[in-house]
Structures are given as C-alpha cells and as structure tokens.
Write a new protein. Structure first.
Length: 255
C-alpha cells in the first residue's frame, strides 16, 4: 500500500462531504449506484460500451436494492454521451405523530449524461426522467409522498486519484424533484495489494419524511474475473434517533 499524505487527503475528503450534507432520499443506496470507476478496459483492446451494475443495502430499519446499466456508444473510457438506466426499490421505518410507519418505494430513472476525464479526474453528469411510487403502512395522512409521481433526477459522480494508482477520492450526488429526495456520499481510499481500494466513507440521504446519516468503511473494485465487487459497512442513524449498523454490496461487469 502506497499512501503518501493519506491523513491530510482523507481529512479534506471528510470536510467536503460534510459540507455537502445540508438538507440534501429515503433511497440511501442511490448515492452510490455504480462503484466501478476509473479502471481500464477489462476486455483487452476491445472497447466496452455497457456497464451493468446491481447492489443491495441493509440496515436495522430497512433495506433497498437497485440495478441498472450505463451505455456509452463511444466506449466507457471515452469522453462523450453516456446513458444511465436505473431501477430501485426498498423499505424503511419512520416515526410521526407518535406512531411508527413502514414506507416502501419503487423508482425508475432514465438519465442521459456525459463523461469527462481530464488527467486523474473523471466526472459523470446525468439528468432526466424520474418515476416513483411510494406506499405507507399504516396510512399516514401527513405523508405527501404517497402514490405515483413523475419528476426529474440528476446525478453527479466524481473520481479523483491525487496519487495515481495509489490513492483515490470519490463523491456521488443525486437529487430528485419528487419529495426533495437527495443522497450524497464521499469516500477516500488507498490501493491495497494492487487489487482493490479500501478506506473510510460518509453518506447522507433523505426526503421530506425521512433522513439518514452514515459513517463507515468500504472496499471498492475488488475483481474476480469479469466481475467487480464493492462492500461497505459502518454506523447509521436516522432522524427518528434510531441507530445501528449498515452493510451494503454491489456488483458490476462491463461488456
């Protein structure tokens, strides 16, 4: 592991993440839906155009899962147009008026975007249609998210290697016009055994009804054959003052 100045850079990352947390989804996984990032072609010299991703997220009061794909007609490692398709769903527990409620959601997003890479920095920008369905049990008259909704969603994903192939910083931001959904995640990491990235992560997500905050650790881009895995675990607390542990994993492949 080659980590020159790791403490300083991790501190900078934490400050940036905390600064971005202000009232920013009851879909915690959506801030981190494609833990792929700046690794080279896995198919040799043949350009890869599709990235398929999926994942699952579990904590004491709920769970979520997601899947989707990225399509880049010019190649995944080439600047230019990229289309992101996302399907997600989950369940969570929240409190209101002295009662506990179980919320569920389903969403589908179609997000055209653009990939930009300059030196050791890679940026992906997406924006487009967001479709959501929310349910609540028992019925909560104060919950304005119940039912079907159509809106707009955006994603911003940034990957930076301040020490190429040795240290990385990454951040992901997502938001929707439906219920003021938001999610933001930041992470720092060092390359371990030239096989994967590992380090701390911090995340905040929420909407009008529910908010959640996390701090933990991650392993990213652990390769086995044509597949890459990412794992995260740590401490979680929500706006109902419930706390505990969370765990997540994601899987991706390129074609």
């Amino acid at each position: 592991m080659r980590c020159v100045g790791v403490i300083r850079i991790i501190c900078i990352a934490a400050v940036l993440c905390i600064a971005g947390k202000a009232d920013a989804v009851a879909e915690p996984a959506l801030a981190d839906t494609d833990d792929d990032w700046s690794v080279g072609l896995s198919g040799g010299s043949r350009p890869e155009h599709f990235l398929y991703f999926s994942g699952f997220d579990l904590w004491g009061r709920g769970s979520s899962g997601y899947g989707g794909l990225l399509w880049s007609p010019g190649g995944l490692n080439t600047d230019g147009f990229t289309l992101k398709l996302l399907l997600a769903g989950g369940t969570y527990l929240y409190s209101g008026g002295g009662n506990d409620f179980r919320g569920t959601y389903l969403l589908a997003s179609i997000l055209p975007g653009y990939r930009i890479k300059r030196g050791d920095v890679e940026i992906k920008l997406f924006g487009g249609l967001d479709l959501q369905h929310h349910g609540v049990s028992p019925d909560d008259p104060a919950n304005s998210l119940k039912g079907n909704h159509v809106g707009a969603r955006f994603n911003v994903d940034v990957w930076w290697e301040p020490i190429p192939a040795s240290m990385m910083l990454t951040t992901s931001l997502t938001g929707s016009t439906i219920g003021s959904n938001y999610g933001v995640r930041g992470a720092a990491g060092c390359k371990v055994l030239d096989r994967f990235w590992a380090g701390p992560e911090i995340e905040a997500s929420g909407d009008r009804i529910y908010r959640q905050y996390r701090i933990g650790a991650h392993i990213t881009s652990l390769r086995f054959g044509e597949f890459e895995w990412a794992f995260g675990a740590g401490y979680v607390e929500d706006n109902s003052h419930r706390s505990g542990l969370y765990g997540r994993f994601s899987l991706l492949t390129r074609r």
